[in-house]
Structure formats: C-alpha cells, structure tokens
Design a protein around this ligand. Structure first.
Ligand code: SF4
Ligand code: SF4
Length: 237
C-alpha cells in the first residue's frame, strides 16, 4: 500500500497543515512509503514523477484537492489505472483523521518522503474516457490544436499546454460530458463533481456551429435528425 498526498496549489497554510498531519498519521498506518507530491494536475506530462508513480506495485490511495473523477482521469492519463487506486478529495473531510478513516488501508508503519517541489501552474482539459464517444467535436471546435488523435484514432489532448488559461469552452460543447477542467470550481459539473455532468446548452451549440460551420451532434443524433426531418416535412405542408 502506498499513500500519496498531492499538495494544494494555493498559498493556504490550513491546507498545508492538513496535508502534513495526514502524512504523519498515514505513516503510522501504512506499510509502504507515504509520498507527498506536487498538485497532480500541474505536473508536466514528461515529468519523471509519473514514471515513479507508475512503477509502484500494489494498491494506492491518492489524496488530492480535486473531485475524485477529475483526479482519477488525471492519473489514468498518465497510465495509473483505476484498479487498486482509491482517490480522495481532502476537501470532503473535516480533519486529517476523518480522511484517513475513509481509506481502505490496513495496519503497518511507513515513512514520509516529500517530493513536492514548487511547479508551474497549468491549465488543460482532462478527458473521461468512460464517457467519451470519440465524436471529434472538441477537436473541430478548438482553435488551438489542443486535440488530436492517437495511432488508434482515439481523440486525445495531444498539446494540452496550448489550452487558453481559464477557458473551459470545449467542456460545454462536448455532447457526452466527457471533458473536465478539474480546477474550474465556478462550475462543479465542469470540474468533475460527483452526480453532475456538464451538458451543452443552446449557447454552446450555437457557438460550435458558428465556429465550425457544421451541425452540433448531440448524444441522440438519430432522434435529432428525425425531429429535423419532421419539422421540415411540417414546414412543407
Ligand atoms: S467532444 Fe467529447 S465525446 Fe466527442 S471526442 Fe471530444 S471528449 Fe470525446
Ligand atoms: S478550453 Fe478552449 S483552448 Fe482549451 S482545449 Fe478547449 S477549446 Fe481549446
């Protein structure tokens, strides 16, 4: 068992104190190392930290200040699978003790390693592949070539750092609620909060259609086409 604590990206003494206390408590409860790492969303795609984390055997708990869905797909985009990985949002707990009690960990004792150097903030989309239908509309919509395809033809954020700071536009365009911006807390659905999914509204669809000069295709494309055909028929009568 490895217990990973991802630091806050804010100057927030209360959060830092929470992380340090959690690390201390966890070291008394897990057999393997407790690792303190930088805020996982900001760690660059080519940072050796990802290789280190991928090489860890056995189950892992990852405590972050992100909604678990956002944290899960940041980790999965770096090859850290969901099986055996428990993600926790430290913001959900009133104290480090409560947070540790929510972990599926057994007794033991370990040590704390702090690998959390300061890193540059980043801003990019995180795709939830359990929802993505590979429709390609995010790629059509983005003006900055953030999206591309991998060798198998799957849509990927191939140039994430081209994304414009603070812009969550494509999350509003994705018809399947697959795109998250985990730090966009102004809209919990966009940030990946439990129980809510970002859905395109009329304004987002209009923006898509103006920008791409193509029709926005929703999750019920066949039904939409049928309704359009019916409307045209009725207008013709
Ligand atoms: S718009 Fe959404 S569903 Fe379509 S490819 Fe992009 S992420 Fe996947
Ligand atoms: S938020 Fe804007 S710039 Fe960033 S990937 Fe989406 S469409 Fe492109």
């Amino acid at each position: 068992m490895t217990f990973i604590i991802a630091r806050t990206d804010e100057e927030d003494p209360a959060r830092t104190e929470f992380e340090d206390r959690l690390a201390e408590l966890a070291a008394g409860r897990v057999e393997a190392d407790v690792l303190i790492v930088p805020h996982i969303y900001h760690v660059a795609h080519n940072d050796p930290l990802w290789q280190n984390l991928c090489s860890i055997d056995g189950p892992m708990v990852v405590a972050t200040w992100l909604y678990p869905r956002g944290a899960e797909w940041v980790l999965r985009s770096h090859g850290i699978g969901s099986a055996g990985v428990q993600t926790l949002n430290m913001a959900d707990f009133g104290s480090p003790e409560e947070c540790l009690d929510a972990c599926e960990i057994g007794p033991g004792s370990g040590s704390v390693r702090d690998l959390s150097d300061r890193i540059e903030p980043r801003w990019y989309p995180v795709i939830d592949y359990s929802r993505c239908a590979n429709c390609g509309q995010c790629r059509q919509f983005c003006l900055f070539d953030v999206y591309g395809e991998d060798e198998a033809g799957a849509i990927r954020a191939v140039a994430p750092d081209n994304c414009k700071d603070g812009c969550p536009a494509c999350a509003r365009v994705c018809p399947h609620g697959a795109i998250m911006f985990p730090l966009y807390l102004r809209d919990p659905a966009v940030a990946g909060a439990p129980g809510v999914i970002a859905e395109p509204d009329e304004a987002a669809k209009r923006l898509f259609e103006e920008r791409t000069k193509t029709k926005h295709v929703g999750p019920n494309a066949a039904l939409d086409d049928l309704i359009d055909d019916l409307e045209q028929l009725m207008e013709g009568n």
